[in-house]
Design a protein around this ligand. Structure first.
Ligand code: SAH
Length: 359
């Protein structure tokens, strides 16, 4: 195993951990015990692992890093109970995650990278570029830390926070393997959604894995020209290529594609835009998720009016396309992706001591 996470114990699958234990001359049931402490009991430190001999724990301390996230902020919406968490990683970087409570269970939205290099114009996460990829354990820990804090099980995971998951592909796949493992949290593949801005070769690679996860594509425009104005990645991959890979994903997996479409006033929210969208995606087994754009102060995109959103949705439905308007959870708590993290780091720049605001 020459992966970058080789020495990160929480990023190892059970069989990889068994190999490690064998190399240490340990019985394989020790791997199982360690794995259970990490991925079922969600232990925060080796000291909790009461059935593991001290000698082995010392060896683990020496050989591996043990990833835990430190909660440094939490905001809770007074409107719907949605919580936004800001976590600190071992190297001092921060990531944000969102916890939402729905009737059918709790959902967590996680980040896949520190920052992002995709440059989508309306998105706060990409304003400072990419800092680094997250390890599988750092993605998992966002869910584990929230589970520990809320005391409630998470049943749905969406990889829709900061970062482009297809730009951190190997770690994403390892994360999904760990998250769905029956020896761990055992979250069903069907309850996982991965959202991408559309990196075509990676989407083919994902399709080849035949996973049962939902693939969401951030479309946001129905012509190449308009999409290029909003998303630099559209210079690399055309809508025609994207539609082909989406059809392939459905063929390989049987999973309906989700298209995300953020509605920006006077940019992509007219009936003509809806018409073009219908022409583009008609015939594909898909679902459109309309998101009224969440304005960020660094850009002057304005949210579409309620009426325009409704008309857009009705027009799609009249033409046989399944569409929903995303409920705006946590409107009152730095809603848009990357905003809490940005605000936090701006404040650190201004005042050295933020401890009184921390939790
Ligand atoms: N990089 C991935 C996942 C992260 S973003 C992707 O591009 O899909 C999750 C979704 O939120 C994407 O559809 C993204 O385009 C959208 N998004 C980002 N900033 C937004 C904003 N300010 N308002 C509305 N949607 C936004």
């Amino acid at each position: 195993m020459e992966n970058e996470y080789r020495r990160d114990i929480k990023s190892l699958t059970l069989s990889q951990l068994k190999e490690e234990m064998e190399a240490l001359g340990e019985k394989s049931f020790r791997a199982r015990q360690l794995y259970e402490w990490m991925h079922v009991k969600l232990a925060e430190r080796y000291e909790e692992m009461s059935n593991i001999p001290h000698k082995l724990l010392d060896q683990c301390r020496e050989r591996y890093t043990y990833t835990v996230l430190k909660k440094i902020r939490m905001q809770e919406s007074k409107l719907d109970g949605t919580r936004k968490y800001l976590f600190e990683l071992a190297d001092g970087n921060t990531v944000e995650s969102v916890w939402m409570r729905y009737k059918h269970g709790n959902s967590v939205c996680i980040s896949s990278q520190v920052g992002c290099r995709m440059g989508c114009r309306f998105c706060a996460s990409t304003l400072d570029g990419l800092e680094r990829n997250l390890l599988p354990s750092e993605m998992l820990e966002q869910i584990y830390a929230i589970t520990r804090h809320t005391g409630e099980r998470v049943s749905n995971v969406v990889v829709m926070g900061t970062g482009e998951p297809m730009d951190n592909f190997d770690n994403l796949l390892q994360f999904i393997t760990l998250l769905t493992d029956e020896n761990g949290l055992h979250i069903s593949q069907r309850n996982i959604t991965v959202s991408t801005c559309g990196i075509v070769p990676r989407m083919y690679q994902l399709a080849d894995r035949h996973l049962q996860i939902t693939l969401a594509l951030s479309l946001h425009a129905a012509t190449n020209e308009k999409r290029r104005e909003l998303m630099p990645v559209a210079d690399r991959y055309s809508l025609e290529e994207l539609m082909e890979v989406c059809a392939c994903y459905f063929e390989q997996t049987g999973r309906r594609i989700t298209f995300e479409y953020s509605l920006v006033k006077d940019v992509n929210d007219t009936i003509e835009d809806a018409e073009q969208l219908i022409r583009l995606i008609k015939g594909l087994n898909c679902h459109v998720n309309l998101i009224p754009v969440n304005p960020i102060k660094e850009r002057d995109y304005i949210q579409s009016e309620r009426r325009a959103v409704e008309q857009f949705k009705e027009y799609l439905e009249k033409n046989g396309i399944n569409a929903t308007v995303r409920r705006e959870m946590g409107r009152d708590i730095d809603g848009a992706c990357g905003q809490l993290r940005r605000r936090h780091s701006n404040e650190i720049d201004k005042v050295a001591d933020i401890s009184e605001k921390s939790i």
